[in-house]
Design a protein around this ligand. Structure first.
Ligand SMILES: Cc1cc2nc3c(=O)[nH]c(=O)nc-3n(C[C@H](O)[C@H](O)[C@H](O)COP(=O)(O)OP(=O)(O)OC[C@H]3O[C@@H](n4cnc5c(N)ncnc54)[C@H](O)[C@@H]3O)c2cc1C
Length: 698
């Protein structure tokens, strides 16, 4: 059990300075960037002086995600590259994880292999949107599907097809029913659109499945209010509800989800729905970077939506601007109301914000945000939409056609517009694609085979995995190529670099044919972070690494004559041992009498079996199947470095350094335990020697 120590300092990030830094490449950020490309020129500033930082290199047209989930449009059609949308601006793909309003800097993580970037700014535009937190409903984080980004929509689409495929092959009626029941939570735009699309897709593909009838399909929409799409006028919302009900959507209004399991949804009304597919479109939570900034600098907020004034500036913080879902912007003539969290407001706010930055640089009067909304539009599936635009209400195919036209008008470049239009036109005449393109992600658990001298990783590389040696041996080598750790069958390594980040400090090389199991950090890290026992395991490894350094330091202080002595001259023979046929009760008695951290376990004829660690013992006795009479041989034992009686102190110390331990067991040629040498004993010996030498000199 050992590890490659991580470099905690890491390389210095790249430092870049900009007039304007926009955080977030969604509606607000991208439209702000597009406008800045023009308006900055008016202020005599090059657009390159503005940077847009987003954790994805594309902008997602979220209002169309439901159609991706329903398979009526391709995922490619809802994403557009930010570099093409914001021509002229500097674009940086990375995660803004820390905002320093005093130093006027933002720290950006640009990936595992790069050093990151520190952005200095004069104006900071925060358009980081919102996140989803499902933790308030038990079972929701584990079992619910989300509809936040393209990946979510693609996963949902393949899940729906997978469920219908399974149902087609299933003979038990109750399981088939459960597989064909889909629950969508939330009756806002995304919930209604998603439910409509799921229903549409299932009904249109059912005819390809011999064992699935249309009437077997059940889609339920759960909403806490008495009407879906409550921000639309009552008439349109009722129209949408009626249309969806006619097509078979089951509406559960004025109800909430209480808990979710792998096979059931429990509602507050007491209703229980048997299903294996729950989609959540609720649970909006603040963006973490925004939350941290508000807490650190006392930025005014409401539930971590940043309070902006009518000019989209954040009062009390020079050069700080905000827009979109993470902002609270007063609605013009809204009587104290704030703008809703919608794409059309985010877009317009972004545009106003860009103009105001340009005006501020030119020291001119800023423009208040006067946009009141053009209306609302929701696609409800089956080439049907509902719209309320500039006081006029539309529904059905006309509204749906308007919806798509608006989208195409927002696409960058003629080529992109044409591609999407041609695809959509063809889709009108052909059936939906039911290919189950579920992405087969590379397993988070992998087998690795290495030939002798194959390098697993080099110093400085970022850590992605924890490794366990199944067969063979790995050497961890320092900068001089010297092997400093030897990792054998059953040992694991890599966890410290994984947990602390910053990359490996040693090279890992196979010395013979070696088989490893690698576990991705995505799997391992949550274990270390959430389990006390795993953390203790890590602490042990850390202690081992520091023990190694300390033992090395001790060696440097020992006299040559001590190092050359036989281990039998310095070992302690009366070390406390336990026999493998003794019981838990015997161990408890010994532990009370003699408080050591480890106890060698021997057979009746003193043959060494292993070492019992005090902590491992107490973990063991917590198990339900352990009683006072349980034999100690059932416990997983640890191993301490071991030397035979002919070894010198120097050799024993080398073993201790290698294993990162303060103790070494001494055995004879028959593997019988003779004694134990500890670093403390060696220091004691040295002290006595020194005293004797001083006395002799006197
Ligand atoms: C499924 C769905 C359907 C919707 N339907 C409609 C609709 O029909 N009509 C409507 O008006 N609105 C709709 N909305 C709401 C609309 O999409 C949002 O109001 C809009 O996206 C808000 O824009 P924004 O720029 O504030 O945030 P976002 O569009 O969410 O953009 C935030 C950006 O910041 C990036 N980011 C986040 N954290 C970091 C970080 N630390 N570092 C770097 N980048 C980061 C994100 O990746 C993202 O690109 C829908 C939303 C969803 C999810």
């Amino acid at each position: 059990m050992t590890d490659t120590a991580a470099d905690h300092n890491g390389p210095e990030p790249n430092r870049l300075k900009f007039e304007v830094a926009i955080l977030g490449g969604g509606f607000a950020g991208v439209f702000c960037g597009q406008r800045l490309a023009k308006s900055l020129k008016k202020a005599g500033v090059s657009p390159r002086e503005a940077v847009i930082i987003s954790d994805q290199n594309y902008m997602v047209f979220q209002p169309m995600l439901a159609e991706v989930a329903g398979g009526s449009i391709s995922p490619r059609h809802v994403v557009n590259p930010i570099r093409q949308l914001c021509k002229g601006l500097t674009v940086l793909r990375g995660t803004a994880h820390d905002i320093d309003l005093e130093k006027r800097e933002v720290e950006v993580n640009t990936g595992s292999f790069s050093a990151g970037v520190t952005i200095e700014f004069n104006h900071l535009v925060v358009t980081l949107g919102a996140e989803i937190d499902l933790s308030r409903v038990p079972g929701m984080p584990e079992h619910a599907y989300l509809m936040q980004n393209v990946g979510d929509a693609m996963v949902l689409r393949s899940t729906i097809i997978s469920r219908i495929e399974e149902a087609n092959a299933e003979y038990r009626p109750d399981v088939r029913k459960r597989l064909l029941t889909f629950v969508v939570v939330g009756g806002g735009y995304s919930g209604v659109e998603t439910a409509g699309e799921i229903l549409d897709m299932l009904l249109s593909v059912a005819r390809y499945y011999t064992n699935v009838a249309e009437e077997d399909i059940r889609v339920v929409l759960v909403h806490s209010r008495d009407r879906i799409l409550h921000t639309l006028g009552e008439e349109l919302a009722d129209y949408a509800g009626k249309k969806l009900s006619e097509r078979g959507l089951e509406l559960c209004l004025e109800d909430r989800v209480k808990a979710v399991t792998a096979t059931k949804v429990y509602l507050q009304s007491g209703m229980v729905i048997e299903t294996s597919t729950v989609v959540s479109t609720v649970g909006t939570a603040p963006n973490k970077t925004v939350k941290k900034m508000c807490d650190t600098y006392g930025v005014e907020h409401e539930r971590y939506r940043i309070r902006a004034n009518e000019y989209l500036k954040v009062p009390g913080h020079e050069g700080l601007w905000t827009a979109g879902d993470c902002a609270l912007v007063p609605l013009a003539d809204g009587g104290g109301e704030d703008c809703p969290q919608t794409a059309q407001f985010a877009m317009r706010q972004g545009i106003y914000l860009a103009d105001n930055i340009s005006l501020e640089i030119r020291k001119e009067k800023l423009k208040p945000f006067l946009f009141k909304g053009l209306g609302e539009l929701a696609s409800i599936g089956h080439q049907t939409a509902v719209a309320s635009i500039m006081g006029k209400q539309f529904s059905g195919f006309i509204a749906w056609f308007m919806w798509r036209t608006i989208y195409v008008s927002k696409l960058p470049g003629l080529d992109r517009k044409l591609r999407v239009l041609i695809d959509w036109t063809l889709d009108l005449f052909f059936p939906r694609d039911i290919n189950l393109l579920s992405p087969k992600y590379t397993s988070l658990f992998r087998h690795v085979h290495l030939e002798p001298n194959d390098v697993l990783f080099n110093r400085g590389e970022p850590a992605f995995s924890l490794y366990v040696v199944q067969k063979g041996e790995i050497h961890l080598r320092d900068a001089d190529g010297k092997a400093v750790r030897f990792i054998k069958e059953g040992d694991y390594f890599g966890e410290r670099a994984l947990v602390h980040g910053g990359g490996y400090l040693l090279d890992a090389v196979a010395v013979e044919q070696t088989e490893l199991v690698s576990l991705s950090g995505e799997v391992v890290l949550p274990f270390f972070q959430s389990s006390r026992r795993f953390r203790r395991l890590l602490a042990k490894t850390t202690a081992q690494v520091s023990a190694e350094a300390e033992v090395e330091a001790v060696v440097r202080n020992l006299h040559t004559h001590t190092l050359e002595r036989s281990v039998t001259k310095v070992m302690r023979e009366d070390c406390a041992t336990l026999r493998s046929d003794q019981t838990v009760q015997d161990a408890l008695i010994l532990f009370k009498k003699r408080r050591y951290s480890v106890y060698p376990l021997v057979t009746a004829d003193r043959k060494l079996v292993g070492v019992l660690g005090r902590e491992d013992f107490f973990d063991f006795i917590k198990r339900g199947d352990v009683s006072e009479d349980t034999k100690l041989e059932r416990i997983d034992l640890m191993h301490l470095p071991q030397c035979d009686a002919s070894a010198t102190v120097q050799e024993a110390i080398e073993e201790m350094v290698r294993a990162g331990r303060y103790k070494c067991l001494i055995t004879d040629s028959e593997n019988c335990l003779l004694g134990i040498v500890t670093v403390m004993d060696l220091l004691g010996e040295e002290a006595i020697e020194n005293t004797l030498t001083v006395k002799a000199d006197q």
